[in-house]
Design a protein around this ligand. Structure first.
Ligand code: 5AD
Ligand code: ZN
Length: 430
């Protein structure tokens, strides 16, 4: 059914234009699956629409914005949220995260992913880019919740909890891609974990698979100083230079972090049109040190977006919060309040194109809260004053998935069941 949102106080579109006192009409052509979004005043009166063919949503005291995109995460890590805080990355991974991940079954990952997808939907995130074990379970959870997922099949040289044999893993990766490539709301991708966990051959084979099926390649890159120093000592190159030397850089590569990179490396990333996902909350929490060179990346025209990283290093999946973290980090870092301005971070947060989805989703923020009054500049309120909890309604591909802060497809009883399941899964961790 077509959806009409009436009398919105504000709307911000994908090009960051601001509208006041406006209606939005969302129509979905069931044959072509095309979505059209129209904005205007008194659309019902002006058009020949019939009220009874429409789902009408009251936009009073609300602001519409495009769907938010979480472009680097590990959603089933909701299960590990809060298990190990205040540790540096290498210790955190080796001592706490990897041993406990070894205890996870596919069913556990499914429940962790369900929880993560629901958290994202509740916070207005309509698409995400993930990398985690048992990716087919992540697909299952994503489809159940109804948001859009770019789901990475993770490749690590020492194997994953379900498969230790690298050749078999790469084979399974191809099978995974074939199985989901035709799905409308799922993009299967190849996800070699990082240059410190994957060899040159592994990266090359991953790239071959990504080219054969024309899918994205998703990896971690230059996250910590340790990673850079280790690589310089071992092979005399920095991580970006190394990936360039083995032919991995290209416009189908999406990399998370890129914290420890030089101006020269920024130029290399721009030259190859690599997509970079900025994860400021995780970088600060894991004390990865340094700050992703935002100014230099923008200057060189690198495609940028935002990610929360996994909920064990953030510790939530809130892109509205991440926008503010990004904006503040760069101002503090550069002693310059003009850096990380409102438009820059909004553009990054709406960037679902980088993960292969056109952004035709609409999120409504509830402005009926003291912390969102008054409105001098709605974009400022979104970036600096709002958080995920203010999201009231979410429409994904013409389907209402959240309304009045309630999930349309998941009832309270099922939600309690998910919480209960998660509580029993975490008993095996230590
Ligand atoms: C897919 C793999 O990536 C790991 N993982 C989660 N967060 C990070 C991070 N910030 N850097 C590197 N690896 C990470 C997961 O714990 C899993 O082992
Ligand atoms: Zn990550």
């Amino acid at each position: 059914m077509d959806i009409l949102i009436r009398d919105l106080d504000y709307a911000v579109d994908i090009n960051l234009n601001v509208y006041k006192n406006i209606d939005i009409l969302i129509r979905r052509d069931e044959d072509s699956k095309k979505i059209s979004i129209d904005r205007g005043r008194n659309l019902l009166e002006k058009s020949n629409l019939d009220k009874k063919d429409l789902k009408i949503i009251d936009g009073d005291k609300k602001c519409a914005l495009p769907g938010l995109s979480n472009n680097h995460t590990h959603i089933p890590m909701t299960l590990l949220r809060g298990i190990a805080d205040d540790m540096i990355l290498q210790e955190w991974l080796r001592e706490k995260i990897w041993p406990n991940e070894g205890r996870l079954t596919g069913e556990d990952v499914y429940y962790g992913a369900l929880l993560g997808c629901l958290e994202m939907l509740r916070f207005g995130i309509t698409s995400f880019n993930d990398m985690y074990f048992f990716p087919e379970e992540i697909v299952r959870a994503t489809k159940e919740v109804g948001i859009k997922g770019t789901v990475g099949f993770p490749i690590i040289d020492f194997g994953t909890p379900q498969c230790k044999d690298l050749d078999k893993l790469l084979n399974n990766c191809e099978k995974f891609i074939k199985e989901y490539i035709a799905e409308e709301k799922i993009n299967p991708v190849v996800a070699p974990h990082a240059p410190y966990t994957c060899s040159k051959d592994t990266y090359v084979q991953c790239r071959e698979i990504s080219q054969e099926y024309n899918v994205l390649l998703h990896t971690h890159l230059s996250e910590t100083r340790y990673e850079v120093v280790e690589m310089e000592n071992k092979i005399g190159m920095r991580p970006v230079e190394y990936l360039e030397s083995i032919g991995i850089l290209g416009d189908n590569l999406i990399t998370a972090h890129c914290v420890w990179i030089t101006k020269e490396e920024v130029k290399i990333l721009a030259k190859h049109r690599v997509k970079v996902v900025h994860c400021p909350g995780s970088n600060m929490k894991l004390a990865s040190g340094g700050v992703m060179p935002l100014v230099e990346m923008l200057r060189e025209g690198v495609s940028l977006s935002l990610g929360t990283d996994g909920p064990a290093s953030n510790n939530n999946l809130d892109i509205l919060e991440e926008m503010k973290i990004a904006a503040l980090l760069h101002k503090a870092h550069r002693w310059d309040p003009t850096v990380g301005d409102v438009d820059t971070v909004l553009r990054m947060a709406f960037n679902s194109e980088s993960i292969g989805f056109e952004n035709r989703d609409i999120v409504l923020l509830d402005l009926n809260s003291p912390h969102l009054r008054p409105v001098h500049n709605i974009k400022s309120n979104i970036v600096y004053s709002a958080n995920g909890n203010d999201v009231d309604t979410v429409i994904v591909e013409g389907e209402v998935l959240l309304e009045n802060k309630k999930f349309s497809k998941i009832d309270d009883k099922y939600l309690r069941n998910i919480y209960h399941k998660v509580n029993s899964i975490i008993k095996k961790f230590n």
